[in-house]
Ligand binder design. Sequence first.
Ligand code: AMP
Length: 466
Amino acid sequence: MAIKIFDSLSGKKKILSIPKNGPLKLFVCGPTVYDNVHLGHARAYLPFDIIVRYLRSLNIKVFYLQNITDVDDKIIERAKEKKTTAAKISAEFSDVYLKTCKKLNISSVDKYVKASASIKEIKNQIYRLIEKGYAYETGSGVYFSVKKFKDYGKLSRQNLEELRSGYRVESDPEKHDVFDFALWKKKKFSYEPSWPSPWGAGRPGWHIEDTAISEKYFGLNYSLHGGGMDLKFPHHEAEIAQAESLSGKKPFVDFWIHIGFLLVNGEKMSKSLHNFITVPDFLKRWHPDVLRWLVFSRHYGSPFDYKEEMISQAVNAMLSLKLLFSSLKTKSGSGEISSKVKKAVSAFDKKVKAAMENDFNTPEVVSEIFQFANFLKSLDNLNKKEALFAHSFISNLLSVFGFSFFLEKSLPKKIKEMAEEREVFRTIRNFSEADALRDKLEKMGYKIDDTASGSVIVFNNLEIHG
Ligand code: AMP
């Protein structure tokens, strides 16, 4: 097994080396908690859940760590607007975030750590950076001196000189350089959250939070670091500067994994552009797996535009698979599993593995699933053992990726009776009664497919009606 992952720093796909002792360490930047969770966040966090679930299914131990930014200027601003405290805002929205992840079946994170719970580690890193000569204190805070770290800009491949001219005038004239970023912000107003420190009461800057948390759990060199594409600069660039200055070693992490944006008319879905749909609103109407499918059927690194019709496409694709699973369950023919079916399952398995090993190419997996489904549909003499073998293989695969919709649930007795009654009407060619029953069943959330070998019915809870 050789899993290749695209590393944004080297700009290449590299082979992941799996630690023999201890887990594979993954750190993903969590949200800044001052507003609801939107579909752009789901686009960022679902792929990591899918990737970690897949790695674990290969018996690879993964430790997945995520921070929650609960100390930040935006939180303070929101608290001011809402005439409340920053602590209340961050407590409310970190709760919303964690509950939303749960609803989305994002369960692979081993540990969430809040910035506010890591102040000791943050201060310790700042202290060491000052000691090593990489940071300095001014009247407004403590800053990292970017000019001391020659590699600043290597991740985002920025020409700092060009960027420099576009930078706005500095609020702190004592700063040595416009790119110098705050490690500690001294308290100015009484409403700002603060902690005591050798540099006066204040709060941490954003970038130091992540390296302090990751150092505590992983040390200063580990395997995988992920986040949205927008975090490359300056956030991840700053993390590299902090960690490599502290350790004196390169690289800070072996792989930088960046997620492509969810766009709306070509622009990033974001809080600031007010072009977002919240996940709780989406889930009022749709099963969480619809969102997982939207993400799964696209590569994690590719941006894509959110369109309403994507939802019906996802729903149709998922329903057709569920109907296929049900029809496989109804096969009754006797006989052993033929070598043709065994070979097809094994070829399908290999193709899925190859796709996942190639930078987690989930759209390729979707295409393989449908090719395999079409192959199964083309076999009209599939016996019971073959059908169950194929069914369990494909449904296990989907549950590895975190889908729950495809899990078999037995139909309620009343529904089965209505479906049987409909079959009788079909047999005696009373199609108007049969159609009326179909409509009634569909309104109750059951989808029927009339195949050559009889009707199949499944519970369709992908769309939640009022
Ligand atoms: P924020 O709460 O805005 O700091 O974002 C938390 C994470 O979600 C970061 O990794 C962002 O890059 C990511 N993110 C936010 N909006 C989008 C989007 N429209 N598409 C993809 N990722 C996003």
